[in-house]
Write a protein that binds this ligand. Structure first.
Ligand code: ATP
Length: 513
């Protein structure tokens, strides 16, 4: 089956089994916004718990915070988001498609380069070993003409972008006769500046209201609290601050389900280190984070690092952890060495000193920061994509099963009375009452046992027990395992011992030690 079809199936499975719904579904949804259903929220909470505990339980020098979504607007000036989190946008009136004006022009520049390269390749083939490429480029009239057009366009574009001259960007698109790849027309709107941050107003009256932003990343809440935490927690460098929370980006091209959303959740940890040691810590965090992913057992071949060659001006190293999704290897987590850029900017804009005094070396400095930043929703998607299986059974039937790591599964144990009478339901509930304080159990009495098993397979429940008439006599039940579908007769008293360790976050955390 084509990977695209697999992905479509996963999306509809998510909806059908209460994992993810389009937001405002009865109003036909809201672009790139999603709600998590009864099973989705459990899975998501388990992912968050795994991350949180791996940070704050396993590292005595990492603590957590929960900062507000609304923050002082100057924070986003200092971080660069007000000025640099912008895209110049243009719409084609016929196709109603929206494009980034800079990307359209860059594509046009690339077209000139392509024409030149084609000419050169043609000539190289024609002249063979005697071909002098430099001379050809200098003398061939078609190459010269295209090179001049390319250089003139590049120059004009660079000036327009530096000044963010939106009229000029549009004029370039018109002069270059750039057409919409979908409609093929030149029916363009004006270019508008588009900041990816959502804004709203705080204050009761129009006059007193001030413009504030919905945070586009959770990291800044950590930076501005860094000294509060350091002082009140008597933290010594190196130390980290972890946070899980919502972030908002008005993404232009929002697609691929929960891969690119406008409201999403991040799990970020900023690790504050002594200047000069950051690249060692960067390496260290790369390894630690990869281990966290791989402990889930999805296979090392499904992960890779993508080191950035082009770095943001404030970073001195950056990599992504990519996961093999049905639509290719895609970024799930970013690990960045952000130097002291953010803290220095906040020092400058707030006018407060946020330097760290190092009692060991007797000096004050602005710490450098290693950041690990992972999207909860992308992580959720990678777990779903890897776990979803349509399995051909020996009897020719197909079963849809979510082979979720038991630790992440929304429901750990389903308890099913064979019949809805003879005291079997009461016995089943008694079993749940004994286990519900340990892990998530579900009672299910509707339909045949076979159908009930399939229902639990589809939501990834690793264990099912069936209560029958023998149970009333000898306190044993049939325990069925999701992945092998094998069944065993076990004592009710042994259930907790068999299941609890396999489904507890602690068992996963132990793999990280
Ligand atoms: P991309 O290049 O895919 O837009 P990014 O490099 O802008 O991502 P970061 O700013 O590094 O992403 O954010 C860290 C993490 O937050 C990403 O690795 C991803 O898991 C998550 N994330 C970022 N943007 C979105 C989004 N629109 N929807 C869902 N998750 C997101």
């Amino acid at each position: 089956m084509a990977q695209e079809d697999v992905f479509k199936k996963i999306v509809s499975h998510c909806k059908e089994y209460g994992f993810v719904f389009p937001s405002s579904d009865i109003y036909d949804g809201l672009g790139a916004v999603y709600d998590y259903g009864q099973n989705g929220v459990e899975l998501k909470n388990n992912i968050k718990e795994y991350w949180w505990k791996s940070m704050v339980l396993l590292h005595e020098n990492i603590v957590g915070i929960d900062s507000a979504i609304f923050m002082h607007p100057t924070i986003w000036k200092a971080s660069g988001h007000v000025d640099a989190f912008n895209d110049p946008l243009i719409d084609n009136r016929d196709s109603k498609k929206r494009y980034r004006a800079d990307v359209l022009i860059e594509d046009q520049i690339a077209k000139y380069e392509e024409k030149i390269n084609k000419e050169v390749a043609k000539a190289a083939k024609k002249f063979g070993d005697s071909f002098d490429e430099a001379k050809f480029r200098e003398t061939n009239p078609r190459v010269i003409a295209n090179q001049q057009k390319r250089d003139a366009l590049h120059e004009r574009y660079a000036v327009a972008m530096n000044a963010m001259n939106l009229e000029e960007l549009k004029q370039i698109i018109i002069d270059e006769e750039i057409v919409c790849p979908i409609s093929g027309t030149k029916n363009w709107t004006d270019v508008r500046q588009f900041n990816l941050m959502f804004s709203t107003e705080m204050g009761s009256t129009a006059e007193s209201a001030s413009k504030i932003y919905l945070r586009p990343e959770t990291a800044q809440g950590i930076f501005v609290n860094y000294l509060n935490v350091q002082k009140t927690g008597r933290m010594k460098i190196p130390f980290g601050i972890a946070q899980i929370g919502k972030a908002f980006r008005n993404e232009i091209v929002a697609r691929q389900f929960i891969f690119r959303m406008r409201e999403f959740e991040q799990m970020e940890m900023q690790f504050f280190v002594k200047p000069g040691t950051e690249l060692d810590w960067f390496k260290n965090w790369k390894e630690t984070r990869m281990k966290w992913h791989q402990a889930l057992g999805f296979g090392a071949e499904n992960y890779r690092f993508h080191d950035h060659e082009k770095l943001a001006h404030y970073a001195n190293a950056a990599t992504d952890i990519e996961f093999h999704m049905p639509f290719g290897f895609k970024e799930v987590e970013g690990i960045h060495s952000r130097t002291n850029f953010d803290l220095s900017q906040h020092e400058k804009f707030s006018g407060r000193s946020i330097k760290y005094f190092d009692p060991q070396s007797n000096e004050s400095y602005t710490p450098y920061v290693i950041e690990t930043s992972i999207g909860v929703d992308r992580m959720f998607l990678s777990v779903m994509c890897h776990s979803f299986e349509e399995e051909k059974l020996e009897n020719g039937e197909t079963r849809t099963v979510l082979k979720l790591p038991a630790v992440l599964a929304p429901v750990k144990l389903a308890v099913m009375p064979l019949l809805k009478k003879d005291g079997l339901p009461e016995k089943a509930r008694e079993i749940i009452d004994g286990l519900k304080f340990h892990f998530n159990c579900q009672y299910d009495e509707k339909d045949s046992i076979g159908k009930r098993y399939r229902r639990q397979d589809a939501i990834g429940t690793p264990y099912c027990v069936t209560v029958d008439h023998d149970t009333l006599k000898d306190n044993t039940v049939t325990l069925r395992f999701r992945d092998t579908m094998k069944q065993e007769r076990v004592n009710i008293a042994d259930l907790n011992g068999i299941i609890e360790d396999k489904v507890s976050i602690a068992s996963l955390l132990k793999k990280l030690q």
